[in-house]
Design a protein around this ligand. Structure first.
Ligand SMILES: *Cc1c(COP(=O)(O)O)cnc(C)c1O
Length: 431
């Protein structure tokens, strides 16, 4: 459920017509609904209310300062995967003590920065990284809080590009190596094992894989107990899916109830790392139709948003729902339309790549100048955007009831090369 709904054939973001947002702020723009984000935050908090817990929002899904600030004010923690994300969380008013840090390739300076900021936990993904963290902690003369991100070898049954819990994936530490490495941690004066972590994949539409993973983590918990290692949290990662088309993922409550049931007698805090489920349906991408053209095979609806703004369709062949900002009636249809007034279009962007599309084979009743909305664009949309083809990053708007806030200005063309130098200028500098 979200707060992007039609009233009298007009799509609204909470109480504002999305068409009027394009009139005011231009196109393309990302539009987020504060009420939707808060609804999702509440759903996770309520689902875990029966047990000590920490919801760590996965920043990579959408790293907007304004959204991070709302999440921080709600009391949630964060899961970061780089120094840049940790700095963003701090800049947004987040508490570093509620931050956990994941990722297979943390640099030494990133580890040092995170330890200096006294983050909650580093999720370790290899034996080499464990030694690196120990080295840095020794230099800082501290004990670093760590968890092993174990790879439970569970099939998340999701798209191969976003599956992370199998042996062929680069993520995590093999389950069978975990106990030995916890012993290494125990013997190291500069490391402290505070948790067990996993993250098995994204866009999971069933609760079964996470239950299977939880059972493996619990088995490891008991093994560690035998070894005299007492951890304080079990982190089940993120990965809960959302509805883009006709998927029927469990609610956060349903998803977490079975996990909590299994953990109820285990004296640990439960952490989770939701990204997509928190923000996907809290955002839409609005884009204007530039041109319509047809050949003997296909109709193309060429819009001003591109794979640079939203790469999921091009990268993963993701299906995203594309709907008109204002629904036209069937009587107002182009020649050749079906009885509902629609033609079948490929909705494509302006970038010089055949894969630059937002949707294929979509039934639409559109004209040049119309505004379309790509739904479910709040996660892995803006955060994956690029300047490819010399296109500035688009503006971002946050709607709260009948108020709209520009939370990111549209990038200016000249901003795209502000850090670049022409070599003659460099030579002059050193002359
Ligand atoms: C990406 C990621 C998440 C969030 O995944 P979602 O599917 O967006 O919930 C959580 N934890 C880690 C370690 C990740 O890499």
């Amino acid at each position: 459920m979200d707060y992007f709904n039609y009233k009298d054939n007009e799509l609204y973001a909470e109480d504002i017509k999305v068409r009027s947002l394009v009139e005011q702020y231009g196109s393309p723009i990302y539009v987020y609904s504060k009420a939707t984000l808060e609804r999702h935050l509440r759903a996770f908090e309520d689902a875990l209310a029966g047990k000590e817990h920490l919801v760590c929002y996965a920043v990579k899904a959408n790293c907007s300062l304004a959204l991070l600030n709302i999440i921080a004010n709600f009391g949630c923690g964060f899961d970061v995967v780089s120094k840049g994300e940790l700095m963003r969380v701090i800049a947004a008013g987040g508490d570093p003590h509620k931050v956990i840090y994941s990722g297979v390739g943390k640099r030494e300076d990133e580890i040092e920065f995170a330890l200096q900021k006294q983050i909650k936990c580093l999720n370790i993904e290899s034996e080499s990284e464990l030694h690196k963290v120990s080295e840095v902690a020794a230099r800082l003369n501290i004990k670093a809080p760590v968890a092993l991100r174990v790879n439970p070898n569970v099939d998340a049954k999701t798209h191969p590009s976003i599956s992370t819990g199998l042996k062929q994936n680069k993520f995590g530490i093999a389950f069978e190596d975990a106990a030995r490495l916890y012993q290494v941690i125990k013997n190291d004066p500069h490391l402290e094992a505070t948790g067990i972590d996993c993250h098995i994949g994204s866009q999971m539409t069933s609760g079964a894989p996470i239950i299977e993973a939880t059972d493996k983590l619990i088995a490891l918990y008991h093994e560690l107990e035998q070894m005299g290692i007492k951890i304080d949290h079990i982190d089940i990662g993120g990965g809960l899916g959302v509805t883009y088309n006709n998927e029927t993922p469990p609610s956060p409550y349903e998803y977490l109830a079975a996990v909590l049931q299994r953990l109820k007698d285990i004296p640990v805090s439960v952490y989770c790392e939701p990204g997509r489920a928190m923000v996907a349906n809290a955002g839409i991408l609005l884009t204007k139709v530039l041109y319509l053209k047809s050949n003997s095979e296909r109709n193309f609806c060429i819009v001003d948003a591109s794979m640079g703004d939203l790469i999921r369709p091009a990268l993963y062949n993701s299906w995203m729902n594309i709907v008109p900002a204002v629904k036209r009636s069937a009587s107002d249809a182009l020649p050749g339309s079906d009885p509902n007034g629609t033609l079948i279009y490929d909705v494509v962007g302006p970038i010089c790549e055949s894969d630059d599309f937002l949707g294929k084979d979509r039934r639409l009743n559109v004209r040049e100048g119309d505004v379309l909305a790509v739904r479910g664009a709040g996660a892995y949309g803006s955060s994956m955007s690029s300047n490819y083809n010399g296109r500035p990053l688009c503006a971002e708007i946050l709607v709260d009831g009948d108020k709209a806030f520009v939370i990111r200005e549209r990038q200016r063309e000249e901003d795209m090369w502000e850090n670049e130098r022409i070599i003659s200028a460099i030579e002059e500098e050193f002359a």
